[in-house]
Write a protein that binds this ligand. Structure first.
Ligand code: ADP
Ligand code: MG
Length: 253
């Protein structure tokens, strides 16, 4: 087994507020890990540390796999060159609550922008792959649509294809369906489930318990800057060991 993510003792404070108090998490290649936890527990901050959008105060984050391994040992981002940060970040795809597509570009142009503009891939190769990726997320025939012509669920699926186009070692999703109208949530989760079944390595922060149950190999419950418990979805969701996990899950019953 290849370990794609190895986070050990990750700490992060904002001022005197200790938001991450020593997070340990390992993710193997091909695994889908769902992180559950109350608002404010540090889930986004943890993903942002993995993606070098925040610099951890302590601990260690390794992102390996393929040929783009890197090692952050409590390094401050400002000690890394911009080129180095960009190189490391490229190994990781991130999908946010807000899709942030380029409004003046079609779906296809949004997806090929990174491969062509950043990686210098041949346009015809990038177009072929982008077309396949859009098909994979259920958007065949929408290549030429502009974001304003697409529903929120379709836009989020373009954003997922755009992240995948960079061929990341690891994909991070931070509440990807939280900004969507309820009737559009299912199509995005369905696309994500397809990716999980296809063997993509994914860490997904979501409140969609049914997605966690059906798509996750492992569920991690975070509270107050710590991993409280983790295990198979049926263990954590149906037979939680900790009171805090039970109290959190009770809201969804
Ligand atoms: P979650 O994603 O689990 O809701 P977050 O990681 O967004 O939690 O936030 C955890 C805590 O850290 C919250 O109390 C939030 O207000 C605080 N926080 C997050 N980012 C910052 C920041 N840039 N500056 C100050 N406080 C922050
Ligand atoms: Mg969050």
């Amino acid at each position: 087994m290849t370990t794609v993510l190895e986070a050990t003792g990750v700490r992060k404070s904002f001022g005197s507020h200790e938001v991450l108090r020593g997070i340990d998490l390992e993710v193997e290649a091909g695994e889908t890990v769902v992180i559950l936890g109350p608002s404010g527990s540090g889930k986004s901050t943890f993903l942002r540390c993995i993606n070098l959008l925040e610099s951890p105060d302590g601990g260690r984050i390794l992102v390996g796999g393929r040929d783009v391994g890197f090692d952050v040992r409590g390094e401050r981002l400002h000690e890394l060159s911009a080129v180095e940060v960009a190189r490391r970040r490229r190994a990781i795809g991130m999908v946010f609550q807000q899709f942030n597509l380029f409004p003046h570009m079609t779906a296809l142009e949004n997806v090929i922008e990174g491969p062509v503009g950043v990686k210098g891939e041949k346009r015809s190769d990038a177009v072929a792959r982008a077309t396949a990726l859009l098909a994979q997320v259920g958007l065949s025939g929408r290549e030429k649509s502009y974001p304003r012509q697409l529903s929120g669920g379709q836009q989020q699926r373009v954003a997922i294809a755009r992240a995948l186009a960079m061929q990341p070692t690891l994909m991070l999703f931070d509440e990807p369906t939280s900004a969507l109208d309820p009737e559009l949530v299912g199509e995005v989760l369905l696309a994500m489930r397809g990716l999980a079944e296809g063997g993509l390595t994914m860490v997904v922060v979501t409140h969609e318990i049914s997605f966690a149950r059906e798509a996750a190999d492992r569920v991690v419950f975070m509270d107050d800057g710590l991993v409280v418990e983790q295990g198979r979805p049926e263990q954590v969701i149906d037979a939680p060991q900790h009171e805090r996990t039970r109290a959190f899950l009770a809201r969804f019953l």
